[in-house]
Design a protein around this ligand. Structure first.
Ligand SMILES: *Cc1c(COP(=O)(O)O)cnc(C)c1O
Length: 224
């Protein structure tokens, strides 16, 4: 199937209340244009250099999502335009995003990435760290940050029960934080979970934003 039909199929399956972020990492400009022509405006990338290169040549109404691990020394390159950073995995990073947001005179939208998978390699906060941070009152210092929710990546496994449980746990945490913490610059509205292999499960478990690459653009070839 072509890119347009893939997007339409996913949108039909997940319904109007779920935002589809088309993950275009490793994919050429032409593929992104094709998706854009089909009405897709949200795109996700996981590398700063690739993201800025693509942003510089593509239409300015595209909303760019940073979904990959972000090093503090690279925040400055995306701060002028990034729409949403999904992968805020530490306060150190939050601090840097705030600093760069101030320089650009803009508020940068962020999600806190929560570690829900069993793999050590995945990044993110755990529940205790989040509670400690949000109770501390330090959010008030981050005037150029707006935290609009959480992001999580499930364990890479065929076992649907494991994946479902991780999504369920993240949704529970999301709802807990929503009732417990409200700040002018934090509100739990967006729950980013679900990729090509598990977005249907994620939506069943309360996802409001899915990040889908290969089911739209086809498999990635990292050896090109
Ligand atoms: C690559 C990537 C995706 C999309 O993966 P697919 O399986 O191709 O849909 C989603 N989220 C993150 C953080 C990614 O790095």
């Amino acid at each position: 199937m072509d890119i347009k039909s893939n997007i339409e199929k996913i949108k039909k399956e997940t319904g109007p209340s779920v935002t589809l972020v088309a993950v275009s990492k490793t994919k050429p400009i032409e593929d992104i244009r094709e998706a854009y022509e089909a009405g897709q405006l949200d795109f996700g990338e996981n590398k700063v250099q690739e993201l800025t290169e693509k942003e510089s040549v593509l239409p300015k109404d595209i909303r760019w999502h940073m979904i990959g691990h972000l090093q503090t020394n690279k925040v400055k390159y995306i701060a002028p335009f990034v729409h949403l950073i999904h992968s805020v995995d530490s306060e150190k990073l939050l601090k840097e995003i705030n600093k760069q947001g101030k320089k650009q005179n803009r508020i940068i939208n962020c999600l806190l990435q929560v570690h829900i998978a069993s793999e050590e390699t995945k990044y993110g906060w755990d529940e205790n760290e989040l509670n400690e941070f949000l109770t501390s009152g330090r959010m008030a210092e981050y005037e150029n940050i707006y935290i609009q929710g959480l992001m999580g990546m499930a364990t890479f496994t065929e076992d649907q029960r494991v994946v479902r449980n991780e999504f369920k746990g993240l949704n529970t945490l999301f709802n807990k934080l929503k009732t417990k913490f409200q700040f002018p610059n934090l509100s739990m509205e967006t729950l980013s979970m679900g990729m090509s292999g598990d977005y249907a499960l994620a939506v069943e478990e309360g996802s409001t934003m899915i990040r889908v690459g290969s089911s739209i653009f086809g498999n990635r070839n990292y050896n090109l």
